[in-house]
Design a protein around this ligand. Structure first.
Ligand SMILES: *Cc1c(COP(=O)(O)O)cnc(C)c1O
Length: 404
């Protein structure tokens, strides 16, 4: 490992997020290259890691952005992503969000229900700006992943079924205020199986063909994100095979292929560095108590997700299983369960891997804990891209009301 975690911990303290910007750029390039020769747009899923500098690092590579709130849209713009490369998705966009998105002239609004499409039309009419829209179609394909991160089944809340999608496209075509330019699906996250994506792409491409037959010309074929990454020993989809499956499904269609990866772009470029506070044995069970907690990295608690954790310096001695837990007053506050670790003591550093996606963005202030510092690592240098939160930051919005 080329990053000097000890030096970073000494300089910026812990818990600390470190992002390897070069790695993130290389992930973007690998995916972009897989689509070489085709019209393609990679829209980074900002929710994975929305630090402005992380987005800017992708913007420099000419990435677009997939956003799920107006806040994310504004982040993307501020970080230098061009408006015409921004897609606004999400199952519940509000009136104000839609209005602002139209005013900001982004590429398109991805609608997820008939009611939402009607609202987009209403807003567009009111402010006199035609709305470029896409429809999120739920192809009812089982992605064979964790149920919490599958999104492409009818039992999930996302998107609309094929018949409804058709009705929404016809409605949009007949509206003076809606311009249906895109189609979208996203069947889930951490996909390690190509077949479900290929199957969904075939279904949606057929829908695009049937829309074309009635003069609805879809220009953006957005097949979502979800490319899996290595947390432990997963066998991954090769980006080239992924691209090939999409290219083959859309054969004969004149569309720009849009991919919205989040995790793939940033997860394995991120590390959470944490310091051991104490070790203890309850009965026969070993616990390693560290200064990072579920408020810093929620995935283990939320999804029972596995993150590989390594000791930075201390490697000697007999390894034994331990639960790596944080200081928060919840039994669900853990970063790893029964993971093998050498003997540790207070002050030792651990590094949590694959922490560049859905790490800091899911952080909270639970237990009045300030959010960690975020640091970029590039060209051998560290740079603070978000300072550690202070107690004053945490109470800034509050007003002390005392009844006399
Ligand atoms: C979350 C999300 C993504 C990104 O998912 P990853 O698994 O991080 O690639 C892409 N598109 C949509 C619509 C999403 O909700």
């Amino acid at each position: 490992m080329s990053i000097d975690f000890k030096k970073a911990a000494e300089e910026f303290s812990t818990p600390l997020y470190i992002y390897d910007f070069k790695y993130m750029r290389s992930q973007y390039r690998a995916l972009k290259e897989a689509f070489e020769g085709k019209k393609s747009l990679i829209t980074y899923a900002v929710k994975a890691n929305s630090n402005l500098s992380v987005i800017a690092n992708f913007a420099k590579e000419s990435s677009g952005a997939d956003c799920v709130s107006i806040g994310e849209v504004k982040r993307a713009l501020l970080a230098g992503i061009e408006p015409y490369k921004i897609i606004f998705s999400g199952v519940g966009k509000s009136y104000d969000e839609i209005k602002e998105a139209l005013e900001l002239k982004i590429l398109m609004i991805n609608t997820e229900s008939e009611a939402e499409l009607h609202l987009v039309e209403e807003v567009s009419k009111e402010i006199g700006i035609e709305a470029r829209v896409s429809v999120r179609v739920n192809p009812n394909v089982d992605p064979k992943t964790h149920p919490y991160i599958s999104t492409g089944l009818h039992e999930n809340k996302f998107g609309v079924d094929i018949d409804m999608a058709k009705r929404m496209y016809i409605y949009s075509k007949n509206s003076d205020y809606l311009d249906p330019i895109g189609i979208h699906f996203h069947i889930g996250s951490q996909l390690t199986n190509l077949e479900p994506i290929a199957e969904a792409a075939q279904i949606i491409a057929d829908l695009v063909r049937s829309l074309k037959a009635i003069d609805i010309d879809i220009k953006f074929f957005d097949f979502g994100g979800g490319l899996g990454i290595k947390y432990s020993d997963e066998i991954l989809i090769d980006p080239k095979d992924y691209a090939e499956a999409i290219i083959s499904a859309t054969k004969g269609l004149d569309v720009t292929l849009v991919c919205e990866p989040g995790r793939y772009m940033s997860a394995n470029g991120g590390y959470l560095v944490t310091k051991v506070l104490y070790e203890k044995i309850n009965g026969s069970k070993r616990f390693t108590i560290v200064d990072a907690a579920m408020n810093d990295l929620l995935r283990p608690s939320l999804y029972n997700a596995y993150h590989k954790i390594e000791s930075v310096e201390r490697k000697d001695g007999k390894e034994s299983p331990t639960d790596i837990v944080g200081p928060i007053c919840e039994s669900g506050d853990f970063l790893a369960k029964d993971t093998l670790m050498p003997p540790l003591e207070g002050g030792d550093l651990l590094v949590v891997n694959s922490a560049g996606a859905y790490g800091f963005t899911m952080a909270s202030n639970y237990n009045t804990r300030g959010k960690a510092c975020e640091v970029a690592y590039d060209n051998g240098e560290f740079r603070v891209i978000r300072r550690r939160e202070s107690f004053e930051d945490l109470i800034e919005q509050e007003r002390l009301y005392l009844k006399d």
